[in-house]
Write a protein that binds this ligand. Structure first.
Ligand code: OSB
Ligand code: MG
Length: 374
């Protein structure tokens, strides 16, 4: 593949409602969209999941834009890459900046699949036509509001719910949701909000209210604390932020620090590594599932294609488009189908197209890079 032109758009899209986690509230998603045009004239698009501020991880829209324009796009416009995996190999020496790398890697995957006239799912080796999904529910103004919110998602058809928790928003909301919905498949995610000393109390409420898994309760580097919590066995311990590459996964698996793995392509540098991580987890009998970062339809389409691979076995954090945004930037917004699933697009590449007018409306800035400039 030879990239001839790269277009980097910064968008701002209002969320249908604010999304609150232990690290902050997001009302409008700021994001980068990268469009790569190949020699063939085909285009591939990738979404960067870095948020406006570096709260989930050290990356932000500004660091990702800088990394792309200084280090990732120039070689891509100068030299050919054989495959998306080849791009991963060539950029391995550059430390960190996984979200910036992932945006380029995923745009390359879309381009690669389109140049082969095949769907991204098929190119990745995915076999499912539909993928099972759940919904991630932010911290709400009150426990009553949370129970109503969960109720409306169950009415929509979601079979699995993940509650965002933090110290002071855990036992009561989890108890109330469990009382209202005794059979619900219930997960929680703390985004590193607890000190290791909270392990005893987390284990008590998680067991008592039959929480199936607790995601990333402790700090990114607190593998030992996660290992300790994972010894109880009444619920799974899921890692998200702690797993940034194959080495960190192998170490955590070796130490039995996890019993579920959230795989976000943005966090680990793209789809090539995501597929490898899910395979490694499966070999250790740890279920993997595709996580989300409030993506638009572009990142959602990449996530759905990834989730169509057999190595993923738990429901993804990839909900219907309208759970996130009033207006989508793709032509065929994702809708929830039977049995809490999203359909895997079957057209070339990610199988959905950008709606140029919607992108233009959301665009805050654009920069174009051409191979002739390098
Ligand atoms: O930790 O999984 C997370 C959103 C933003 C940042 C971190 C996380 C999340 C989610 C949302 O839980 C999942 C989704 O996109 O539906
Ligand atoms: Mg998480």
């Amino acid at each position: 593949m030879q990239v001839r032109r790269a277009q980097l758009d910064e968008l701002e899209l209002p969320l249908v409602e604010p999304f609150e986690t232990s690290f902050g509230v997001e009302k409008r998603r700021r994001l980068l969209l990268l469009t790569l045009r190949g020699q063939s004239g085909e285009e591939g698009v990738g979404e960067c999941v870095a948020a406006r501020d570096p709260l989930y991880s050290s990356e932000s829209v500004a660091t990702a834009r800088w990394m792309l324009q200084e280090y990732l796009l120039p070689p891509l416009l100068r030299d050919r890459v054989a495959t998306p995996a080849d791009f991963v190999d060539r950029t391995r020496a550059l430390k960190g900046h996984s979200m910036a790398k992932a945006a380029a890697e995923m745009a390359l995957w879309d381009l690669y699949a389109r140049e082969h006239g095949r769907s991204l799912s098929a190119m990745l080796g995915g076999r499912r036509r539909r993928v099972e999904v759940g919904v991630s529910v932010g911290i709400q103004p009150s426990v009553d509001a949370l129970v109503r919110r969960v109720g409306s998602y169950l009415e929509d058809g979601y079979h699995r719910v993940k509650l965002k928790v933090r110290p002071g928003w855990d036992l009561e909301p989890v108890r109330a949701v469990r009382r209202a919905y005794p059979d619900l498949r219930l997960w929680v995610d703390a985004n590193q909000a607890y000190p290791p000393s909270a392990a005893g109390s987390i284990a008590r409420w998680a067991s008592r209210f039959e929480v199936e898994q607790v995601e990333q309760p402790f700090a990114e580097h607190a593998i030992e604390a996660h290992r300790q919590l994972n010894r109880g066995g009444r619920f799974r311990v899921c890692l998200d932020e702690s797993i940034v590459d194959r080495a960190s996964l192998d170490d955590a698996l070796e130490r039995s620090a996890l019993s579920s793995l959230n795989v976000k392509p943005g966090r680990v540098g793209g789809l090539t590594v995501s597929r490898d991580l899910a395979g490694a987890a499966k070999s250790s009998r740890v279920p993997a599932w595709v996580g989300g970062m409030l993506e638009t339809g572009v990142g959602r389409a990449h996530g759905v294609a990834l989730a169509s691979i057999d190595s993923f076995s738990f429901p993804a954090d990839l909900s219907a488009s309208r759970r996130y945004y009033l207006s989508e930037i793709i032509d065929r917004p994702f809708e929830l189908g039977p049995a809490s699933t999203l359909e895997v697009p079957r057209g070339p590449g990610i199988g959905v197209e950008l709606v140029e007018r919607a992108v233009a409306r959301a665009r805050r800035r654009r920069r174009t890079f051409r191979s002739s400039d390098y």
